[in-house]
Ligand binder design. Structure first.
Ligand code: NDP
Ligand code: GUE
Length: 283
């Protein structure tokens, strides 16, 4: 079998047109959706992502505000900045780029963002609402994966979904979203005894471990849907995912590439959440 490639860039472009249309309608109501991105320190990868986010905002006619703070910023200075943005009516979404310097408590930072502007969907209030199926900001990468599945005509109900990785921002929430849509979900992580035993049962396999080429053809069930969330650089400095793309795509039914898979959808859902927040600010 040769897998169908799920083109995240193409699906993202289609969604962005829909978002752009809604932005125009909102502007007629004199509301411009605004996203503030806070970047602390000088992490090279973070800067790349922040640039991508700003560009996406511009393209969709949204307002974007970049706040750069030096590496040695004190926790209370960052928290004060967030408080200021919480009260700024031009800002509908606040994103603090992770990871943060070690002397800053990530949990405290996330909990300082008011849930109504938490477009990353990282605040415990939004996580709790997601778990209980209420209206919530869904975390962008997991949300983007759900849209990729939907747009590819893949139904989730009753399928065995296996998630490799249990980070708070990707692994745990994607498992929850799949469960909400009636998948049977298994989580694997670094303490899992026999990884292959689980992954070979997966109709849908989500991989988020941060290790290049970690998942090989032997881990896959014939015809499985394989979603690669990893972003790594290989020895040649090229961007690659956690899945050995060439060998796995000969066995899988569907596969997402890296780049042009989950990444562009993550950015798109961030724009979507910012639009949603702006619309909700009118109520
Ligand atoms: N494409 C996109 O849009 C996005 C991509 N990312 C990318 O996703 C990647 C992961 O990020 P993040 O979620 O923060 O990652 P973390 O480093 O927090 O999580 C990695 C997970 O992988 C698990 N793991 C590590 N080694 C193994 C192993 N040998 N076997 C099984 N499981 C293992 C860990 O298990 P344990 O919990 O036991 O330690 C952990 O749960 C990064 O490359 C990041 O850039 C992130 C967000 C969006
Ligand atoms: N508060 C916060 N929210 C995040 O959502 C967040 C974060 N911190 N920290 C880092 C991770 C990582 N992440 C990515 C987003 C887009 C691409 C993306 O667009 N990737 C392109 C390629 C980009 C490139 O060329 O480097 C692609 O896969 O095609 C990748 C990774 C969001 N994250």
């Amino acid at each position: 079998m040769t897998a169908k490639i799920i083109n995240g860039k193409e699906i993202a472009a289609k969604k962005r047109i829909e978002i752009g249309e809604e932005v125009k309608q909102l502007k007629a109501k004199v509301v411009i959706p605004g996203l503030a991105v806070i970047l602390v320190g000088n992490n090279h990868a973070s800067r790349t992502y922040v640039n991508i986010k700003q560009k996406a905002c511009e393209e969709l006619g949204m307002y974007s505000l970049l706040i750069e703070m030096p590496e040695e910023t004190k926790e209370e200075e960052l928290l004060a900045k967030i408080e200021e943005l919480n009260g700024d009516p031009k800002i509908h979404g606040i994103l603090v780029q992770l990871p943060l310097p070690k002397h800053i408590d990530e949990k405290k930072v996330i909990e300082t963002i008011i849930p109504a502007k938490d477009v990353d969907g990282f605040h415990p209030i939004n996580i709790g609402r997601m778990m209980t199926g209420q209206n919530a900001f869904l975390p962008c990468a997991p949300y983007g994966i759900m849209v990729l599945l939907e747009e590819s005509g893949i139904s989730v109900s009753g399928k065995n979904a296996v998630v490799v990785g249990r980070s708070n921002i990707v692994g745990k929430p994607i498992g929850q979203l799949l469960l909400n849509q009636n998948a049977t979900v298994t989580y694997c992580h670094s303490k899992t005894k026999d990884l292959k035993l689980h992954t070979t049962q997966a109709d849908i396999l989500i991989v988020d471990v941060r290790i290049a080429n970690f998942i090989k053809a032997e881990h896959i069930k014939e015809g499985a849907i394989v979603i690669d969330v990893g972003i790594n650089r290989n020895e040649a400095g090229k961007l690659c995912g956690d899945v050995a793309f060439d060998e796995v795509s000969e066995k899988a039914g569907y596969i997402t590439p890296v780049p042009k898979g989950v990444g562009p959808m993550t950015i798109t859902m961030l724009m979507y959440n910012t639009l949603k927040s702006a619309k909700e600010s009118l109520r």
